[in-house]
Every structure is written in C-alpha cells, then in structure tokens.
Ligand binder design. Structure first.
Ligand code: SF4
Ligand code: SF4
Length: 389
C-alpha cells in the first residue's frame, strides 16, 4: 500500500507545540532511555521519524504518543536537543485534532484568537442565560436554589453531558478506526489441509469479532480508573507527577459526579453538617484540584522540571480555567457560610461562566480528552494483538 507523504507536516506540527523534531538524527537514545517503550511498540524515535519524512497516515495510525506519560527523561538525554518528550506531547495535541471531526479541536490548538474567543463566547452565553432566566433575587438570606434552581441546572447538566459524550465518543470511534487500521488485515487465510473446525465468526467491527472487544474491556476500565501505567514509568520525576495527575483526576471526577449526578444534594440552601459525606467529598475534590493545579502552574512558571519547561497556550488555558473554577467554588462556599446573598449569586454566575467553557471545550476537544484516549490506546493495542495472534 502506498504511503502518503506530506512534506509540510513538520511545519504544520509546529503549531501544536512540536518545535525541535527536525534536529533529531535518529540515534535511538530516547527509545533506549524510555522505560515505557517496548519491543512491540517502540517510541519515541519511530514516530519522530514519521514526522520528519512527513508520513502523515502512519502517524495517524500510531497509538504510541498515548503511551508516553511525559517524564522528560528522553528530552534530558537527547544529544541533539530535539526534545522528544515535548514532541510526543505535541503529537497528542495533533492526534486529538485529527480524531475530532468537527474541526474545533484543530482551531482550539492552532489559533490563540480562536481559543480566547471560544472561551469568551461560551462564557458570554452562560452569562446571558443567567441574566435573562435567573430566578428571584432573595436578599434577606442566601437562597441560591431560588436564584438558580438546582432542578433546572441538573437538567442542563445532563443535556450538556449527553452532547459532550456524543462528541467525545464519536471522536474516540475515529481514533479506534485509525489505530486498528485496515480491517482486511484481520481476515486470516484458511488452510485447506487444516481440518480444524473454524471458530464461529460472530458479529464484527472493523474486521475484529465484537466478542474480543468485550473480552478486553477490563483493560480499558482498569487503565481508565487507575492510570496505572503512569506508575510503570521508572523515571524518578514521575512519582510526584503521578500524584499530581491522580489528585487532579480524582478531584475533578468527584466534583463532576457531585455536580452532574448528585446536584440536588450538593447545591442546597441549608448548610450540611461538616461530616456529611457530600460536604466531605466536596472538600476532597476542591483540595485535590486546587493543590494539583497550583503545583502545575507554579511548575510551569518556574520551569524547573523538563515536563514544565515548554507550555502551549492550551496548557495555560486548561490550568487557569480549572484553577479559577475551583477558586470561585470556594468563594461561593464561604459567602454562603457567611450569609452574603448578593455576593453568592454574583460569584455563582462567574463560577458557571468559567466552569462551563472549561467543560464544553476541554472535555471533547482538548486536554481532558486524553483521559479517554490513553486507556483506549492500550485497549486497542491489546485487541489488535489478540486479533492478529
Ligand atoms: S530525539 Fe534525540 S535521542 Fe531520540 S533519536 Fe532523535 S536525536 Fe536521538
Ligand atoms: S517523556 Fe518519558 S515516557 Fe515519554 S517518551 Fe520520553 S522517556 Fe518515554
């Protein structure tokens, strides 16, 4: 099969944060250093080579960028300062954009103007919605549920969840097709002399029996829930990174579930007792996100670690939106405790004007999507191996 070559690929990738790949002379040191690279799926040298020769199709089919957890060891030891760790990060942005059929991800990653305008546009929609449709403004006590009914917000949350899941899952489907490749490769030749009865074919997707996808679902679920491969990276710098990653992920998931699934218990006008499980979960989620994002922001400002030396504008957008969402959430908590109605309503609107763009743009089209793409890559590799074995 002919391989399509795009001589402008390296220039194109520049916008996604890949800046130094041209200097790589393919020594392979990075692949030798990387403790996550394996004989079957070696990286990062191989994908950097694809980039250099403009092998766009091969890059699109490659799951390797999702197997890198950006410890930075390869960048520190690269003799040409090609920064392979950051190249892998840039490739993840590029692949996220290629999987996305709407084109929003491409614009979000490659245009700062679009990025800022998209955030402001969604924030403006939310602000306008509250201006036009807010409930009664009670001033003698904090009555947040009258100002913004938790039942209405709950319905809007669920609608948003359905729409975002639709975008994310349709993009994940495109990723699966790309990684699994040509369905014909899974059709085995039958040997006329072999009288072993053929296994029942069953229903297939992309040339692979659906039963195999179901059988390997555990790979997807375990890796999604634990991110355990992060721990497999033997780099010393990864222990702290794993903790920060875990704090942000678990904190975010906790708050997300409280807000989307249990909002009627989370957003109440009466103050729950300190030891109430919903309040404790809220405290955990808030602390975990605030600690994780503050650590990452300080790291990116100080640039002391390799992993924080290079920041794409989307990295800043993600961290700042998440930090501000958490900070305004804390302010709401205090204004409620202190019985300040107007401050609570104003900050609540600002909080939503930050939180909604963060969810709408980051989950299906940018940084948050990697939470699905990473375990999905491991799952697809496993399914592919078994289908070809
Ligand atoms: S990125 Fe650096 S270490 Fe890796 S193959 Fe290229 S020159 Fe060698
Ligand atoms: S950054 Fe770390 S995990 Fe990623 S390719 Fe380099 S050595 Fe491997």
């Amino acid at each position: 099969m002919a391989t399509s070559v795009d001589p402008g690929l390296l220039v194109q990738l520049n916008k996604y944060g890949v800046e130094d790949a041209a200097t790589c002379f393919n020594c392979g040191n990075c692949t030798a250093v990387c403790t996550l690279s394996s004989e079957d799926t070696p990286f990062p040298r191989k994908v950097i080579r694809y980039l250099q020769i403009g092998a766009e199709e091969k890059l699109l089919h490659a799951p390797e960028p999702w197997l890198c957890y950006y410890c930075g060891d390869c960048s520190e030891t690269c003799p040409r300062d090609a920064n392979p760790g950051e190249v892998m990060m840039g490739l993840r942005r590029y692949l996220t954009a290629r999987y996305d059929w709407t084109g929003i991800s491409h614009l979000f990653y490659t245009s700062k103007v679009f990025e800022i305008c998209a955030i402001l546009f969604v924030a403006g929609l939310v602000g306008t919605g509250f201006y036009l449709f807010h409930g009664p403004i009670v001033t003698d006590r904090v009555a947040l549920n009258e100002f913004a009914s938790s039942h209405v917000i709950e319905i809007l949350d669920l609608i948003m969840l359905l729409i975002l899941s639709g975008f994310l899952l349709s993009n994940a489907r495109r990723m699966a097709r790309a990684v699994l490749g040509d369905p014909d490769q899974y059709t085995r030749e039958t040997n006329a002399e072999d009288d072993t009865p053929a296994a029942p074919e069953g229903k297939k997707w992309n040339g692979i029996p659906v039963s195999l996808y179901i059988d390997e679902l555990k790979t997807l679920l375990v890796n999604f829930a634990t991110q355990k491969r992060f721990k497999d990276c033997k780099s010393k710098s990864q222990d702290m990174q794993w903790l920060i990653h875990l704090l942000i992920m678990t904190g975010y998931s906790t708050i997300f579930i409280l807000v989307v699934v249990f909002l009627r218990w989370f957003q109440r006008d009466e103050i729950l007792s300190f030891w109430h499980p919903v309040r404790l979960l809220g405290y955990y989620g808030t602390f975990a996100i605030l600690y994780g994002t503050t650590y990452a922001i300080i790291g990116r400002l100080q640039k002391t670690k390799t992993v924080y030396k290079y920041s794409h504008s989307s990295d800043w957008a993600f961290l700042i939106l998440l930090w501000l969402t958490t900070f305004t959430g804390i302010l709401i908590h205090f204004t409620r405790l202190l019985g300040m109605p107007l401050s609570t309503y104003y900050i609540y609107v600002i909080h939503m004007m930050i939180a909604v763009p963060m969810l709408v743009l980051e989950v299906p089209f940018a940084k948050w999507a990697h939470l699905l793409y990473r375990p999905l890559a491991l799952y697809l590799i496993r399914v592919k191996e078994r289908a070809l074995s």
